[in-house]
Design a protein around this ligand. Sequence first.
Ligand code: GDP
Ligand code: GDP
Length: 437
Amino acid sequence: MPGFTVAIVGRPNVGKSTLFNRLLEQRKAIVDDVSGVTRDRQYGIADWNGKTFNVIDTGGFVAGSDDVFEREIRKQVKIAMQEANVVIFMCDVTTGITDLDAEVADLLRRSSKPVYLAVNKVDNHERQLEATEFYSLGFENVFFLSSMSGSGTGELLDEIAALIPEDEQASAEDEGIPKIAIIGQPNVGKSSLLNALVGEERNIVSDIAGTTRDTIHTRYNLFQKDFILIDTAGIRRKNKVHEDLEFYSVIRAIKALDEADICLLLLDAEKGIAAQDLSIFSLAARKGKGLVIMVNKWDLVEKQTNTARDYEKQLKERLAPFTDVPIIFGSVTEKQRIFKTVETALEVYENRQRKVPTSKLNDVMLKAIESYHPPVVRGTAIKIKYVTQLPTQTPAFAFFANLPDDIKTPYRNYLENKLRENFNFTGVPVRIFFRKK
Ligand code: GDP
Ligand code: GDP
């Protein structure tokens, strides 16, 4: 299910981020540096039993008076209850049940979402006995665990993964229609872009409810093509959510991404690309989504001969290693290159669908391998004999070799570049696997 989200809530120092890191293993998290009383909040993707889901560590709090603490915790718990599918409520056996725990428990008991009480730091048998006091909080699902050692975390994850439906069927009404998510920081011009598309063409077919209620899907027909734009901008306005805008906008961007085939990342030309944009960019790439970048408000930039070229070069340095991405300079308010942007996103969609016939693939790639062999390992030549594209949603290729585990990243990158040179995968993350032949 796209966008299944698990939030971890609880007092500071109970071990939320320790659990979070364990769930993510080596995967990189998005860190949202929220200023003020809140410690960094983290977002990431976890895999368990073949299910993939988003995880949010709602963070902790730096110093502050007790009532600031309480207010912040309440706010986070409320947002988590609204935005997540499942809440993990973490407590600490070494402190026992505190007043704040009891208060959070009160809030969570009113939630319609499943809540899993995780009593953490249960590192040994003695603590196991002490932990039974937490049953008094009245939750049905109680787990005793040690995030540090990992004991008990598997059982918790088994239960949560069981709640995630198998890959859901695409709804009949939008089957096969490209879905483009418009993503970007507040004020980059997302709403203006949507309005411009509406105003110019009046070709909106219908508004369709998103998979989650946090996104709006609007179906368009332009250039004789149907597509759906997924937007999160409007909703924020409607809900008049002022508190913790950042939290909402990141969660919603992640959800919009999950529902989309293509991520159209809008940047503000004057501000350039921020850490948060880069996080979204790499998250989209890891989720196998197509990517297009529009540098908006280009009208505000003073231009000389090579301004766009230099800007693009600098931007690509930040995007590395995935740089085969279209970058469009435009202005929504001046109506410059708006349609070009949508057209490009649709081209990326085509690229993402591309299936290279096996014979052609082998012709091209075996030649490339012939002209530049993988390095010899322990006196043995690595031989790649055959390559095939896997029947996956996003392009993935399996290279069959005698020593698949000994092929290193530089050679992998060489193969990816050759694939990109010969077949158009612009804007599309490409996966490469080596298998034993
Ligand atoms: P957060 O503020 O809730 O995110 O808590 P952290 O994950 O930062 O953990 C707070 C402290 O508790 C750190 O010193 C952790 O090493 C420690 N901790 C986390 N999990 C466990 C555990 O399972 N057992 C023990 N003994 N300590 C833990
Ligand atoms: P959102 O928060 O991403 O939806 O951004 P908005 O669409 O609300 O735009 C924020 C502000 O930027 C508004 O005042 C827009 O008029 C302005 N804006 C949007 N696109 C452009 C552009 O291409 N050039 C200039 N100069 N301003 C723009």
